[in-house]
Write a protein that binds this ligand. Structure first.
Ligand SMILES: Cc1ncc(COP(=O)(O)O)c(C=O)c1O
Length: 427
């Protein structure tokens, strides 16, 4: 799945965009061949990663470390999106659009292969929020039932449950987040203790968006199965970052968005529904144009969709597969470790993210001493061309930086140096 890129594959991928000459950077392919196994940060593979970066349209001097929020699409993805959108707008006839009929199923196949499951288990959604809500709206839950959620879940997997509980009468049990990350065993134990005979589902975030806490996804899903409980894994922060294998993790439901770590087009996402859970969930939307296989035949009648976005999403998944999914994970994690190490040398900086690479992945949050985080974020962007995300003061406040495979070690150094400077000068 995450094999290396042959010159032929590379050319084929970029030819998909109809612009091989424009995008096929021979240096990229050459560097890949020369680089061999996963390049280390600062090691011999930097030429390879530089050429990967060259496949993104961000200016070379702009370092946006905000993958947990929104990732840029690569050139082949942008090319596909533009080409297919233009085609429909130039000729919206049913005859011209007929050639797009198979694209939804093509994306479904690619998603299934990317997540290592079957197309029959894939629903193509608008994003993670919609996918999470299709689960909370689709289960038969009633008074007396319990659902266990992690306190640090996104609203689409937290408020969605508590709001719907008001209508359906079930109870929501919350597992508090701990800082620093207390270890995988802690959360496994917390969930195991919270399960009662009334529990119907447990839910958690694979990688938290707040401080990048990694959860023991496979073990929690196994616990749920053992106790006869459904499992929902919010993969918004792991899909396209970690080399996720859902066959191995075996959740009942897993959700993700194209516009985050997969670097796909905006407004497309995925809901995986394990075949063993197909009879446990109801569709929430009934309309025309459902999918062609498995659960999508009943679950995905979402009306008119945008095939251009789906083609772009498929191109993004192919792009990542070509680069190497294991390499992408290693690269993003290495950049995060570099950042944690750098920030840890600065006096007064409190890093909220666990320094243990077994407990974090590519999302790093920190409190920059007594500096106003909002002002610091603005100064970093304006003066240092570094994009970060602000975190509210209420819960582990400060700034969040989430590097991905298009970022560079130099951008990390620039961020650390700038924070160190502002700590001395103020903002
Ligand atoms: C953990 C988590 N779940 C769900 C979402 C929602 O994603 P989207 O806005 O793509 O629906 C986010 C967004 O940041 C997230 O971090």
């Amino acid at each position: 799945m995450a094999g290396s890129v042959s010159r032929r594959d590379f050319t084929r991928l970029f030819a998909l965009g109809g612009s091989a000459a424009l995008f096929a950077d021979p240096a990229w392919a050459r560097a890949q061949q020369a680089a061999g196994p996963a390049p280390a940060v600062g090691g011999t593979g930097e030429a390879f990663w530089q050429s990967v970066r060259g496949q993104f349209v961000m200016p070379p001097d702009l370092g946006v470390l905000n993958a947990a929020n929104l990732c840029p699409a690569s050139r082949p993805v942008l090319e596909a999106l533009k080409r297919e959108s233009d085609s429909v707008d130039k000729d919206p006839s049913a005859q011209n659009r007929a050639r797009l009929t198979g694209e939804k199923e093509a994306l479904r196949k690619t998603l299934a292969s990317f997540l290592r499951v079957t197309p029959e288990e894939i629903v193509i959604t608008r994003n993670t929020s919609e996918a999470n809500n299709l689960v909370s709206s689709g289960l038969d839950l009633k008074s007396g039932d319990e659902v266990i959620v992690f306190q640090d879940n996104h609203p689409s997997n937290l408020n969605a449950w508590t709001e719907k509980a008001k209508r359906y009468g079930y109870t929501v049990v919350t597992i508090p987040q701990q800082n620093p990350h207390p270890g995988m065993a802690y959360y496994l134990d917390a969930y195991a203790k919270a399960i009662t005979p009334r529990t119907k589902l447990l839910s958690f975030t694979h990688l938290s968006a707040s401080v990048g806490d990694l959860f023991p996804a496979k073990e929690l899903c196994a616990l749920a199965r053992l106790r006869g409980v459904l499992s929902l894994v919010d993969g918004a922060q792991s899909f396209g970052l970690l080399d996720v294998d859902l066959a191995d993790m075996s959740p009942d439901f897993y959700t993700g968005s194209a516009h985050k770590w997969p670097c796909g087009a905006r407004e497309c996402g995925v809901l995986y529904i394990n075949s063993r859970a197909h009879t446990r969930i109801w569709p929430s939307i009934y309309s025309a144009y459902p999918g062609a296989v498995g659960i999508s035949r009943t679950f995905e009648g979402f009306g008119q969709r945008d095939e251009a976005t789906m083609i772009a999403f498929r191109t993004a998944l192919e792009f990542q597969t070509q680069v190497g999914r294991d390499k992408i994970e290693q690269r993003s994690r290495a950049l995060a470790q570099q950042l944690i190490a750098g920030l840890s040398t600065l006096p007064d900086v409190k890093v909220w993210t666990s320094p243990n690479p077994a407990l974090n992945a590519a999302v790093v949050s920190f409190q920059p001493g007594s500096l106003n985080a909002q002002k610091l974020g603005a100064a970093l962007y304006q003066n240092d061309k570094i994009g970060t995300a602000g975190r509210g003061a209420g819960d582990r406040g400060g700034l969040r930086a989430s590097p991905h495979f298009y970022n560079t070690p130099q951008e990390i150094d620039r961020l650390v140096a700038a924070v160190g400077r502002y700590l001395k000068t103020g903002v």
